[in-house]
Design a protein around this ligand. Structure first.
Ligand code: AR6
Length: 163
C-alpha cells in the first residue's frame, strides 16, 4: 500500500472512502466529524442512526454512505479520548487497522485518513502521527492508496517528516 500525505480538507478528497474521527454515539460532532456531516448532508446521519443504533465502541470502525461527498463511503472510527483519560495506544492503532478491514469489505482501494484523536480528543500530535504512519505501514490490506489528510501546514510537515 502506498502512503501519501496531502494538506487539506478531508471532505474534498476524491477517494473511495474517507475516514471520520467520530465518537461512540455516532451522531455527529465537531472537528472533522462536523465537517463530514455538514458536507455529506443528512444522508450520513440517517445512515448512522440506521446502521449504528447503539453507536460504536472505541477503537472500532463502521461504514455509512458518504451522501454528497465526492467519496463513496465514510468509514467512521472512534479514537480514544486522551483528554478523558483514554490513553491505551492500541485503541488508536486499532482505528487504522479496523478502518482498513472495513475498506477491504467494501472493496475500497483508496482511503483518506484524518489524524484520529489528534484534535478535540487531545492525543499528542507527534505520537498520533507516528501511530498513523506505523500502523498503516504494517497493515495487510487490499487498499492501494492510504492518504493522510493533514489539516494545516504544521500537521503536514509533521506527517512528511515521519514518512
Ligand atoms: N479535514 C481533515 N482534517 C481535519 C478536518 C478536516 N476538515 N477538520 C479537523 N481536522 P478532531 P478527534 C483534523 O477534533 O480528536 C468530534 O466532536 C484536526 O486538526 O476532528 O478524534 C467528534 O464527534 C485533527 O488533526 O477529532 C468527537 O466527539 C484531526 O482532524 C471528537 O471530536 C482530528 O481532530 C473526536 O476528536
Amino acid at each position: 500500500m502506498e502512503i501519501e500525505v496531502v494538506e487539506g480538507d478531508i471532505t474534498q478528497q476524491q477517494v473511495d472512502a474517507v475516514v471520520n474521527a467520530a465518537n461512540r454515539a455516532m451522531r455527529g460532532g465537531g472537528g472533522v466529524d462536523g465537517a463530514i456531516h455538514a458536507a455529506g448532508g443528512p444522508a450520513v446521519l440517517e445512515d448512522c442512526i440506521r446502521r449504528f443504533p447503539e453507536g460504536l465502541a472505541t477503537g472500532d470502525a463502521g461504514w455509512t454512505t458518504a451522501g454528497d461527498l465526492p467519496a463513496r463511503w465514510v468509514i467512521h472510527v472512534v479514537g480514544p479520548n486522551y483528554n478523558a483519560g483514554e490513553r491505551d495506544r492500541s485503541l488508536l492503532t486499532s482505528c487504522y487497522r479496523r478502518a482498513l478491514a472495513v475498506a477491504d469489505e467494501l472493496g475500497a482501494t483508496s482511503v483518506a485518513f484524518p489524524l484520529v484523536s489528534a484534535g478535540i480528543y487531545g492525543w499528542p500530535k507527534d505520537d498520533a502521527v507516528v501511530a498513523a504512519v506505523e500502523t498503516l505501514r504494517e497493515a495487510t490490506t487490499r487498499v492501494e492508496v492510504a492518504r493522510i489528510v493533514a489539516f494545516g501546514r504544521s500537521a503536514y510537515d509533521l506527517v512528511r517528516a515521519h514518512l
